[in-house]
Design a binder for this molecule. Structure first.
Ligand code: UD1
Ligand code: UDP
Length: 360
């Protein structure tokens, strides 16, 4: 059986890494097809190097553009590769344009599709990720749901029970496999003059937040208020989309330390030692929950409701006062919740299910 792993962005590389490692350790016939959606060193190659992943056999070099440009170029490029290879299954992970393109191309060529992290819904169709993940689920043959809740969402949308497998989320595998290694590495806290438990960590890059001047400005004002009230630095490894839009809107901010996007091991260290994490990222909501650091989500909805239900996360949106109130609320929460995303063996489970050909 030949497996094609299609990926294209930072979170896909990180969350596919446990599946790739399992394919390698089992000496399976597989290859990586990179769409090239992310291409800057610190959003792409740094993760292949640090996580010791094999180089992609193909890189389509699609780059940035409108949703239509990115997706259309990917459909053509992925189709050319799949037509010349003889794959039995295409694996995709998450909800980016690369994911939708991989799933759609494979399903039109009658190649089985496995969707890792299936069944997540924010129920906000304004988010491009919601469209991508919903359509991907509905053209997949194997739906690897991270939780029982995700499975019940899929069942509710009429997807056959035979196709759904609750595996846990591969982000738990990635965190467990790397958090100990991260501790022994260079000290990112010292590099930025930070003290454990005495800083806030921020990521903010989603289109609905940073491409909207009012929302982005409002979130930055909230972050400045948090820094002032808590007398703590707010560290923000800034995604290039956000940097571009911050310059475009000429936004000002105070008390926020902007740094370049960093490698995964350094970022895990920053997360594990933060007093609180503020984010609009999907992966960062999960990681803060796994690492038992309180999270404030700078969005109006989340497709990770498990984190809210167990008390690990709260939705703040982008109003400055609400952000501050949510941070204050999370600072007094007990962080004794149980991680709802699995035991760190999702990658192994996914590969086993595919190899056993359970359904399809
Ligand atoms: C994409 C995903 C988003 C995910 C994020 C992970 C979609 C619709 N969105 O958003 O769900 O959370 O990746 O980080 O697929 N850029 C660079 N270097 C790069 C890549 C992008 O500078 O390597 C800049 C470009 O200015 C580009 C902008 O970032 O226009 C946006 O890139 P794009 O890939 O379209 O979307 P992301 O915001 O990265
Ligand atoms: N991440 C990283 N360096 C950074 C910021 C994030 O390694 O500077 C990692 C983080 O640990 C998580 C992933 O990137 O695993 C999340 O990706 P992102 O926020 O870009 O996408 P999303 O999860 O929102 O789709």
């Amino acid at each position: 059986m030949q497996i094609a792993i299609v990926l294209g962005t930072r979170p896909e590389i990180i969350k596919m890494s446990p599946v790739i490692r399992e394919c390698r350790s089992k000496k399976l016939d597989y290859f990586i097809l990179h769409t090239g959606q992310h291409y800057s060193y610190n959003l792409d190659k740094v993760f292949f190097e640090q996580l010791d992943l094999p180089q992609p056999k193909y890189n389509l070099g699609v780059g940035s553009g409108t949703h239509a440009e990115e997706t259309a170029k990917m459909l053509i490029g992925i189709s050319e590769v799949l037509l010349q290879e003889s794959c039995d299954i295409v694996l995709v992970q998450g909800d980016t344009n690369s994911v939708l393109a991989g799933a759609l191309t494979a399903s039109k060529l009658h190649i089985k599709v496995g969707h890792v992290e299936a069944g997540l819904r924010s129920y906000d169709r304004q988010m491009p990720e919601e469209i991508n993940r919903t359509l991907t689920d509905h053209c997949s043959d194997y739906l690897f749901a991270p939780t029982d809740k995700a499975k019940s969402i899929l069942l509710g949308e009429g997807i056959s029970q035979d196709k759904i497998f609750v595996t846990g989320n591969t982000i738990v595998d990635a965190v467990y496999q790397n958090v100990e290694i991260a501790k022994g590495r260079g000290d990112i806290l010292a590099d930025h003059k930070l003290t454990a438990g005495r800083y806030c960590l921020v990521t903010l890059h989603r289109q609905e937040n940073v491409d909207n001047r009012a929302r982005f400005a409002s979130a930055l004002e909230g972050l400045s208020m948090v820094s002032a009230e808590l007398h703590m630095p707010v560290v923000y490894p800034i995604h290039p989309r956000s940097r571009k839009m911050m310059n475009h809107f000429n936004l000002k901010y105070e008390g926020i330390e902007l740094i370049e996007p960093i490698d995964f091991l350094s970022f895990l260290q920053l997360e594990a030692n933060a007093r609180v994490i503020l984010t609009d990222s999907g992966g960062v909501q999960e990681e803060s929950c796994i690492l038992k650091i309180p999270c404030v989500t700078l969005r109006d909805s989340t497709e990770r409701p498990e984190t809210i239900e167990i008390g690990a996360n709260v939705l703040a949106g982008t109003s400055p006062q609400k952000i501050l109130t949510c941070v204050q609320e999370m600072l007094v929460r007990k962080n004794n919740w149980r991680n709802p995303f699995g035991d760190g063996k999702a990658g192994k489970r996914i590969v086993k299910i595919i190899m056993e050909g359970k359904h399809g």
